[in-house]
Design a protein around this ligand. Structure first.
Ligand code: MIC
Ligand code: SF4
Length: 646
């Protein structure tokens, strides 16, 4: 039987396990990336592991999230990351060089290689045929130390593309269509592979827009073949030697096939507050817009920016609209400025922001009260923009630019015919903002620089025989890590200070959550379906750990968060009978009796509701390694028990 692209990539890196969907596999990691909002914690964990130098083929530490320096905290964290990178053998991408995923695609990604990154949008690398997976910081730290990366063998989904996109219809509309079909939990446990004749019509940046936002499907990753188009892109980046071909076998077998005719697609938008609330722009109608933000790791490539410049050329941004543009990288900004497109953008009245995540993670540009913001980003979760009652719509760069001019949500096809933008045959190569590490011989002379904001991270204790504690919080379906551990300009500077961060945990769901946890000393969280979707931030596990959360009992979990909980020593359980979710109320006293024996002996776990005198059977599908981690109280304790070997 032939293999899919995903299966080929896994097979060539498989270290442990069998390629049976649902079973744990261990794979070799060739490259890692971190960004600063998760990186400080990842490097603290890496330092705690005592590894002298990274053992991957390439590891890059990017600074792109926490770029506002309103106090010493972010600057100190960046200095810490830079010093670790220099000493331990990583490349360091300075603030201003660009968003990790965009820069990695341009300068470092290689078809056929594996990449894990402490950011959920790491699958952007699937656009050039990498197996690129988002993971928690601790998993990335282990991979940097040469350790195996463990995940569950995914099922294979083929999205078969036919036809070609019409004028003003964009790669963003393709992934929005996939989200409409599959939903934010439709990709859990799957690799989404793109194939069919339509693939040949898509450039690498367009493919990367699609694989990037596969994160919103909950997928393990998304991937495109590596073909002549990939080769041309790498050649234009001066990296033709990094190319290798990759395609699925003609007789590859997929678990699921979705057909999309590109010719019939129209401009789409994801409505507040979920990326899968997709409707056509024409259907939503001409709603008034206060803000338009163009950029983010989904849509900040040179091609995207050139399209935007073309639409804005000779036009004026509407009086009531604030239009911001964040090019994805220094390379993109440099090329825009050299060819005059930047002038077209600025002349229209757009505001130029630095090459960073910026408004996407609430680092500035929070909309006005009840404001409507159109964004070319990938997430529109409630409150993520920093304005609790703002309504965020996710759209293509074409729809965003057209709407910025008119002042209302506009189908860009109303503008006529889009001129074709061509991929340049060569990009400007300038790696001046990438710092190299010192040689191993010089490493002793480099000091790791810790700032006063860096506080020790919490560790768990061995799992006790039984746990009795209240249900501190009960939440519904699709709870995001932005609910659990919000981000934004005011909170992000404390990513290395868990005690301070704890004050903000679950604030959107219950503003007293943190105090109630501290008063109870320990507790449980009851969750709905797809609990923990969204980002890779392990803070959404470490902060609950600090607050005494012992287990999360939910209808189902998102992949990265589930792994982060286990790494932290918090037990994720699912209800055997989904209806039992309805029987538990906040503050009910619950008990996991004999839980240590249950897990070590692989027996069914039972949750006793002491308040209601009821019992609910629970499921847990831990691998032997995960069981050992839970019994030890998390990955770090487990690693110590193993004598440092994971
Ligand atoms: C995000 O888009 O939510 C982030 C910020 O990039 C996160 C990482 C983080 O929380 O630092 C992600 O997607 O993993
Ligand atoms: Fe940055 Fe937004 Fe991309 Fe996350 S989704 S990496 S915050 S641009």
């Amino acid at each position: 039987m032939g293999l899919t692209i995903g299966q080929k990539l896994i097979k060539s890196h498989l270290l442990e396990g069998e390629m049976i969907p649902g079973k744990e596999i261990g794979i070799k990691i060739d490259q890692t990336l971190t960004q600063d909002a998760t990186g400080t914690m990842a490097y603290l964990e890496f330092e705690a592991m005592g590894v002298e130098r990274v053992k991957t083929e390439l590891s890059v530490a990017y600074i792109d999230h926490n770029t506002l320096q309103t106090g010493f905290e972010n600057a100190d964290d960046h200095r810490f990351i830079q010093s670790v990178a220099k000493k331990r053998g990583l490349l360091y991408s300075k603030p201003g060089n660009g968003i990790c995923h965009q820069v990695h695609l341009e300068r470092f990604g290689k078809p056929g290689k594996t990449l894990i990154g402490s950011d959920s949008h790491t699958p952007t690398g699937g656009g050039i045929g990498m197996l690129a997976i988002g993971a928690g910081g601790m998993d990335v730290a282990v991979a940097m130390g040469g350790g195996t990366y463990y995940t569950v063998m995914p099922k294979m989904t083929l999205v078969r593309l036919s036809g070609a996109l019409q004028s003003f219809v964009s790669a963003k509309d393709i992934i929005l269509e996939v989200l409409r079909i599959m939903s934010v939990k439709g990709g859990v446990g799957k690799i989404i592979e793109y194939g069919g004749e339509g693939v040949k019509t898509l450039s690498v940046p367009e493919r990367a827009t699609i694989t990037n936002m596969g994160a919103e499907l909950g997928a393990t990753t998304s991937v495109f073949p590596s073909d002549e188009i990939t080769k041309q892109f790498l050649a234009a980046q001066g990296r033709e030697a990094d190319w290798s071909p990759l395609e699925s076998d003609p007789d590859a077998v997929y678990d699921e096939i979705i057909d999309i005719d590109l010719t019939s697609l129209t401009p789409l938008a994801a409505m507040p507050h979920m990326p899968d609330r997709v409707r056509s722009v024409a259907d939503i109608g001409k709603i008034r817009v206060n803000q338009v933000c163009i950029g983010s790791c989904t849509n900040s490539s040179l091609m995207d920016m050139l399209k935007v410049a073309d639409i804005l050329k000779g036009k004026k941004v509407a009086a009531d609209v604030s239009l911001t543009i964040s090019p994805g990288s220094m390379q993109v900004l440099n090329m825009l400025s050299l060819n005059g497109a930047l002038s077209d953008i600025l002349s229209s009245g757009a505001r130029l922001l630095e090459c960073a995540c910026g408004p996407c993670i609430g680092m500035g540009q929070s909309p006005n009260s009840a404001g409507i913001s159109l964004r070319t980003f990938n997430r529109n979760f409630e409150g993520r923009s920093g304005t609790a009652d703002a309504g965020i719509y996710l759209v293509s760069p074409e729809t965003a630019a057209a709407s910025a001019i008119t002042g209302y949500l506009t189908d860009p096809r109303e503008l006529g015919t889009m001129p074709r933008i061509h991929m340049p045959s060569s990009f400007i190569i300038n790696d001046n903002m990438i710092e190299k590490p010192v040689s191993p011989e010089e490493a002793d002379s480099v000091e790791v620089l810790y700032g006063p904001n860096i506080k020790p991270f919490p560790t768990s204790e061995k799992l006790p025989e039984s746990i009795q504690a209240p249900a501190i919080l009960k939440v519904g379906d699709n709870i995001t890590t932005d609910h659990i551990m919000p981000a934004g300009a005011k909170i992000l500077p404390y990513r290395s200070n868990i005690p301070y961060l704890s004050n903000f945990c679950f604030r959107q769901c219950d503003e007293h959550f943190s105090q109630r946890c501290k008063a109870a000393g320990k507790g449980f969280i009851i969750g709905g379906a797809n609990y923990g979707q969204g980002s890779s931030r392990e803070h959404a596990a470490l902060v609950p750990l600090y607050l005494g959360i012992k287990a999360v009992i939910a209808k189902s979990f998102a992949r990265i968060h589930c792994a982060n909980l286990i790494n932290a020593g918090i037990m994720p359980f699912t209800f055997k009978n989904a209806d039992d979710y309805d029987r538990i109320n906040t503050d009910d006293v619950l008990e996991l009796a004999d839980i240590r024996s249950c897990i070590s002996e692989g027996k069914t776990a039972v949750l006793k509701n002491i308040t209601k005198s009821e019992e609910y059977p629970l499921d847990y599908d831990y691998s032997d390694r995960q069981k050992a981690m839970i019994l030890a109280g998390g990955l770090l304790n487990y690693t110590k028990e193993q004598g440092g070997n994971r």
